[in-house]
Write a protein of this length. Structure first.
Length: 348
């Protein structure tokens, strides 16, 4: 019966049913307390503890993981998994130095012999370093994880690790632009072999954001376009609105203002339908800038007015200042210096 409950619990975890998994493991642990085998009780305590950690209850999980430690002199063949989960519990409790200590011990007790487990440990260590605000060390951990996943023929996991590595590299400011661009290129090349459209779309969006920060806007626009093409397979209206906005901004940066107009208008309309006034104001501001660069200052002034109202509605002071400044420039070009001065004063 205990074996059956354990199998059911693992199956529930794999299907994402955390509540069912915890229930199965808890019943198995209760039954094991009537058994003669201490090893069986410890195995059941470990399963329950690990499930609690995985479902976001590290304090509860830690309690049962401690009960699963082998007694002195007993074989510690599964110590690597135990230390990994204790490390994950410490990470969940935001005790990052302690978590790193246990992750290191996990690698020293056989967990490092399995590629997936080794890579998973690198990922968790990277998360700890991010929690400690050490993005450069986090980036190196994610890169180690990506190499291990790639060697184990796990392209999805490798691509995710590369994406996290590029984000950490950008955050740290200790890496050359060429290094970061190389990691983004590796991630992009792996995306083609990922069957899950939702994951592929998210990765393309993250790649686009990375290229934008590097100011490689042609590749940013291409990545956002690929991500947008996947929105139809996994409806996410907020994600689609953000992608449209990013696409418009990338085309503004490329000075392809005529192309940008369509993306700005679609993004503004979708943000409006979703009730996101601040983002809608940003889209109106981007649209106004594109109009001004095309010499249509009347349309620019109209859209800056829309942006100003949206920023007022959402309480975005910086956005209001930028919209007033844009309005002043538009009025000046339209031959109305008095209005221009009024808007400039409002910006001040």
């Amino acid at each position: 019966e205990i074996k059956g409950l354990t199998r059911a619990g693992r199956r529930a975890l794999a299907l994402g049913d955390a509540r069912e998994a915890v229930g199965c493991f808890r019943r198995a642990l209760l039954l094991s307390r009537g058994a003669a085998s201490p090893r069986l009780r410890r195995a059941c305590a470990f399963n329950l503890g690990a499930a609690y950690v995985e479902t976001g209850k590290p304090k509860k999980g830690f309690e049962f993981l401690l009960q699963s430690q082998p007694s002195e002199g007993e074989s510690g063949e599964h110590l690597g998994d135990l230390y990994f989960n204790i490390g994950a519990a410490h990470e969940g409790l935001r005790d990052f130095p302690k978590a790193l200590e246990y992750f290191g011990q996990a690698g020293g007790h056989g967990r490092a012999t399995q590629a997936g487990s080794q890579a998973g440990t690198h990922v968790q260590m990277g998360c700890c370093y991010l929690g400690m605000r050490e993005p450069a060390r986090a980036a190196r951990c994610f890169l180690d994880a990506a190499r291990t996943y790639a060697a184990a023929a796990s392209p999805e996991a490798a691509a995710v690790a590369l994406s996290r590595a590029s984000g950490s590299m950008l955050q740290s400011r200790r890496f050359r632009a060429a290094e970061i661009a190389g990691v983004l290129a590796q991630c992009r090349s792996l995306c083609e072999s990922i069957p899950d459209p939702a994951l592929r779309g998210k990765l393309y969006n993250d790649i686009g954001l990375g290229y934008s920060q590097l100011r490689i806007f042609s590749l940013a626009a291409e990545s956002f376009q690929r991500a947008l093409a996947l929105c139809g397979t996994e409806p996410d209206r907020r994600g689609e609105a953000a992608l449209l906005q990013n696409l418009g901004a990338a085309h503004n940066a490329l000075r392809s203002f005529g192309t940008a107009l369509g993306w700005h208008r679609r993004a503004a309309a979708l943000h409006s339908a979703l009730g996101n006034r601040r983002a809608q104001g940003q889209c109106f501001g981007n649209l106004a800038y594109a109009c001004s660069q095309l010499g249509n200052h009347e349309a620019a002034a109209e859209n800056y007015l829309h942006a100003l109202q949206a920023f007022r509605d959402s309480g975005d002071v910086q956005g209001q200042w930028q919209a007033c400044e844009g309005l002043g420039a538009a009025c000046f070009h339209l031959g109305d210096p008095r209005k221009a001065i009024g808007h400039y004063k409002e910006a001040l």
